[in-house]
Write a protein that binds this ligand. Sequence first.
Ligand code: AMP
Ligand code: ZN
Length: 462
Amino acid sequence: MDIFLTNTATRSKERFTPLNPDNVRMYVCGPTVYDRAHLGNARPVIVFDVLYRLLRHLASENGWGKVTYVRNFTDVDDKINARAAESKRTIGEITAETTQWFLDDMAAVGALEPDHMPRATQYVPQMVAMISDLIGKGHAYAREGHVLFRVRSYEGYGKLSGRSVDDMIAGARVEVAPFKEDPMDFVLWKPSDADQPGWDSPWGRGRPGWHIECSAMAQELLGDSFDIHGGGNDLMFPHHENEIAQSCCAHPEGGFAKVWLHNEMLQVEGKKMSKSLGNFFTVRDLLDQGVPGEVIRFVMLSTHYRKPMDWTEKKAREASRTLMKWRKLTGELTEDLNGETAPTPAVLEALCDDLNTAGAIALMHDLASQGALAELRASARIMGLLADDMGHWVERPGQILDAWVQRLTQAREVALETKNFAELDRLKAVLVGAGVEVQMSKAGVVLSAGPEVDLAELENLT
Ligand code: AMP
Ligand code: ZN
């Protein structure tokens, strides 16, 4: 089955053909590890996880040997240094802790681990070698402990994002510095003070710029050219333009990435997520509030990756209802214990059509209503949904309600004895307010979650 992907570099939807069918190669820019991943950061992770799953699923049918997925950790960056200074902790502690948070939070939203997760600090020799090579080829120059990339030396600069260098100079927040030949030139290497992380290099003790990290790690793990490069569209300029310039000038015989994929940004309730608007939250915040990782994933996949997506509480509630229903329907499946049922071709076709996850979800609703449950589950699993190890949350309403049944039963006994029903009535009103249907009779207390029940609220009620 053919996959079609919208390539930012050509601005068209193209049939995907791997450069080397023995090894389909994908690189995605990963996080800078100084803080918890915010909800927007989870979007590329989930989108490219679906692509990774799809490529792996189609590998044998399409005669591909293996799929290699690389996503880096940027663990040398001035934001990390600043965080260490303000928190009086070491850089190593901060990056180790944040890296583990990222892995935990992305596992919670059902993302598989990439095949390689290189940390920038482990590839500094490769970065130094690439920078030396660029200097040797006339594409970079050393000045005052810095090394800069000579943007005017690469005629392809700006092609990815469709801008000319002059437009970029006019619009960009480029840093003018006395050691730059041209304001557009960007840093490959910069000097470090004694208290900043640094490595010895031909240009003195220093540290790499952000862009060279991805070029060097991609080169080392995937080679001069590879199939897919992904990331959020905020990275297209300057980060991806700079990656292309560095890699194509250092290895003109390779073409660096063939297909460039960019996800659009995530917003919250119609607004850009920002700390000043008070609508900034992390994946962990949501998980801690009781929003299951599977629900986060479902909401993300209900919008096409090339469209801006809006996170709303309403969508999360709807996703939770749908998943709960699907899990109930498929939970009893005794057939297909070995997962032999294949995903429905129409769902695969939707995913192969530029990752139309929203279309795939619509088709899965049809499968659910037709009672095609084994196909529903197989189709969902291709997208990382309805996995066995992500389903514990559906038991939670039952557990929460069981605790409330006990509490209400006791309160009812006390009320009958004392003839004071005030506390019992209060508890009942609280539950009804949270969307629970309450029935009390001599036979006991029966609670059932209504369609609008808010689990997180229910758990926190007193
Ligand atoms: P950063 O740590 O800012 O470099 O971002 C890591 C990844 O998250 C990059 O691929 C970004 O493009 C992506 N990203 C950052 N903010 C958002 C957002 N609001 N929506 C979607 N993706 C985002
Ligand atoms: Zn990158």
